[in-house]
Design a protein around this ligand. Structure first.
Ligand code: SAH
Length: 331
């Protein structure tokens, strides 16, 4: 009986569970997203490198490393970001066997292409990335070219909700921390399933709000207020829960839907980003970047608060598109 998306105030039931957003609203949001990443990607890359997502840590990481300074720890955090990719692939059961591993990959919301290049190398796969930010697409391609991956990896500016790909093309569909930006989650999930080939794995790693209890209609007012502040600064539309994603995927008849809450494993990430912003280098880079980036940095403590309250969940959701059933005529 949960609402499809409890922060957006959509009445429940009857269907449709998630009202499609107004076109003008979507355009405004996507313009903001593109500008935010155009403005901030260089600063991020300068300090953190080419992965623009949380790291995955052992649960006692903070206890053991509390006294180390921010810059010494940066290499740990970069390794944790690579570990996030590895843990996600492992959780989804993506095969390592050279005969079965992915050969064609799409990276939906690719940032400056860190995942695309990593996955292309790991599996010797062809990878196509899409982002709303022209600066990110250019930078992603420049890094791929410089790393000798020009024939394996390509990037373009395109909308995840209207992907420029034919149906059933990719055997790995990868979305690392882009789902939270999608104003129409049902359409997003639908597009991921559409471009997935039969037997393909779909991996969504994203920010969710907590699942609602059976007696709840929506989040509490103070929870909504906190999320709204984060939404304004990071150009996010309404959030949904992990359970909402599961329902959407179930309606698409994909198989083997699995989820996990990795909130505890990402806990050291935001404190580390704040620490790095407070170094001289971080501070100067921030000042040089622009207003959208500064505002995004300003709300970082709210992410920590959201995790601590149990309101924000760092979720992985994976599934498989059913393989084609080959029938042989025995008569
Ligand atoms: N996955 C990358 C970047 C995460 S940042 C990484 O892990 O490094 C979020 C990304 O989602 C940005 O590149 C942003 O442009 C992209 N994004 C957000 N909304 C999108 C949309 N509708 N279509 C395509 N990309 C989108």
């Amino acid at each position: 009986m949960n609402a499809w998306c409890s922060t957006c105030g959509v009445a429940r039931p009857p269907p449709p569970p998630l009202a499609p957003p107004e076109r003008a609203e979507v355009e405004k949001l996507q313009k903001g997203i593109a500008e935010l990443y155009d403005e901030s990607s260089g600063v991020w890359e300068e300090i953190w490198g080419d992965h623009m997502h949380h790291g995955y840590y052992d649960p006692n990481y903070n206890k053991n490393n509390d006294n180390n300074d921010a810059l010494t720890l940066l290499s740990d955090h970069r390794s944790a970001q690579i570990r996030m990719i590895e843990e996600s692939l492992r959780f989804a059961g993506v095969p390592e066997d050279p005969m079965k591993r992915p050969k064609k990959v799409v990276d939906v919301g690719c940032g400056i292409g860190g995942s695309s290049r990593y996955i292309a190398r790991k599996y010797e796969a062809d990878c196509q990335g899409i982002t709303l930010s022209p600066i990110q697409a250019q930078r992603a391609q420049a890094l791929a070219d410089a790393q000798g991956l020009a024939d394996k990896v390509s990037f373009q500016v395109a909308d995840a909700l209207n992907q420029p790909f034919h149906d059933a093309q990719f055997d790995l569909v990868w979305s690392m921390e882009s789902g939270e930006h999608m104003p129409d989650k049902a359409k997003f999930v639908n597009e991921l399933a559409r471009v997935a080939a039969p037997g393909a794995t779909i991996i969504i790693v994203t920010w969710c709000h907590r699942d609602l209890s059976p007696s709840e209609e929506s989040l509490r007012p103070e929870e909504k207020a906190l999320l709204n502040k984060i939404c304004d600064a990071y150009y996010l539309p309404s959030w949904c829960s992990t359970a909402d994603y599961v329902k959407m995927l179930e309606s698409l008849s994909v198989e083997d839907i699995k989820t996990a809450d990795w909130s505890k494993n990402v806990a050291p990430f935001w404190p580390a980003v704040i620490k790095s912003a407070l170094t001289w280098k971080g501070f100067i880079s921030l000042l040089r970047s622009g207003w959208k980036t500064i505002r995004a940095a300003w709300v970082m403590p709210l992410m920590i608060r959201g995790y601590k309250m149990g309101l924000i969940k760092f979720s992985i959701i994976t599934c498989r598109k059913p393989a084609l059933v080959v029938t042989t005529n025995t008569s």
